[in-house]
Ligand binder design. Structure first.
Ligand SMILES: [Zn+2]
Length: 300
């Protein structure tokens, strides 16, 4: 039973259509979502990577956004061109499409150095001359799900009133975290998160004695430079997100959204990221698996 006259009814239908058309237009024009895949070419992509990258690709598609590919090749000892070629081939095989050009971190050192020098000049960074042995003695984070570094003792940390330091060659530099401050963010997948500076993580490395930025610094600089709106990555990096939020704040960069994926485990509960053997995408492919078979495995 309708309460509307015929004219009202047609006006109502017109309005509904207009609203849904506007709604659709809004979704399309709101498509400034930009995500990224950021593999390191230090080995072959395996099932664990594929699950995260597939999620990142789905998030981009759901938001009608843009996906960038970033080659995180800042480890000169372990990065190999052969692995870069392999990851491009494996991602394409999986059916993931990204926007060119590929961003290569080793070609962007001046950009990272500029950010580092700014952190140094504003008193956010200090030189750390601790030996590997000394660092190894510091208490490691107990959580098994993070490939995390020990909480730094603060041995080389200067008093807050000390003048800002300058860049010296062959020196490691750390970021001074705000003592006892809770870094709070809402993960788009895992919900509210809180990590306390100097308890859950300490003053972390931002510049290495070999003249290269740490993962944390390069990641923050690149995400800002690429106008990334949401980072999709594994839950082992939740604590790194807290560190990176501090870096964004110190550098005056906009904050972004984070979507951390649960880590895939095998039947024994071992993280797949810890197993590089039989789960490499190309091994699965050589065994006759199709992309759809691999994607189907993520939901097991
Ligand atoms: Zn030190």
């Amino acid at each position: 039973m309708s309460f509307r006259s015929e004219a009202e009814e047609s006006a109502f239908i017109f309005a509904t259509k207009t609203v849904s058309a506007l709604g659709y237009a809004f979704i399309v024009t709101a498509a400034n979502y930009t995500g990224r895949l950021a593999p390191s070419p230090t080995g072959l992509l395996h099932l664990g990577h594929a699950a995260t990258f597939w999620t990142a690709y789905q998030r981009v598609q759901q938001n009608r956004g843009t996906l960038l590919l970033r080659n995180e090749d800042l480890d000169p000892q372990r990065s190999k061109q052969g692995y870069v070629d392999a990851m491009i081939e494996d991602l394409a095989w999986l059916g993931i499409q990204w926007t060119q050009p590929i961003i290569t971190q080793s070609q962007r050192i001046p950009l990272y150095r500029e950010a580092f020098v700014r952190l140094l000049a504003t008193g956010h960074a200090y030189a750390c001359t601790c030996s590997r042995k000394e660092l190894a003695r510091m208490v490691a984070a107990p959580h098994e799900d993070t490939d995390d570094e020990p909480v730094y003792s603060g041995k080389c940390r200067p008093a807050p009133t000390t003048p800002a330091q300058t860049l010296q060659p062959n020196t490691n530099y750390r970021f001074r975290v705000p003592d006892g401050e809770a870094i709070i963010f809402t993960d788009q997948n895992l919900g509210p998160q809180a990590f306390t500076a100097r308890k859950d993580f300490g003053d972390f490395l931002i510049w290495r004695k070999d003249g290269l930025p740490s993962y944390q610094l390069a990641c923050v600089v690149d995400d800002a430079d690429s106008l990334i709106t949401e980072v999709v990555r594994g839950a082992d990096l939740l604590k790194s997100t807290a560190r990176q939020i501090l870096l964004q704040r110190a550098l005056g960069l906009p904050s972004i959204e984070y979507f951390h994926t649960q880590l895939l485990r095998d039947e024994q509960g071992v993280r797949l990221a810890k197993r590089h053997d039989a789960l490499a995408l190309r091994t699965l492919r050589q065994h006759g698996l199709l992309p759809a078979d691999v994607i189907g495995m993520f939901t097991l």
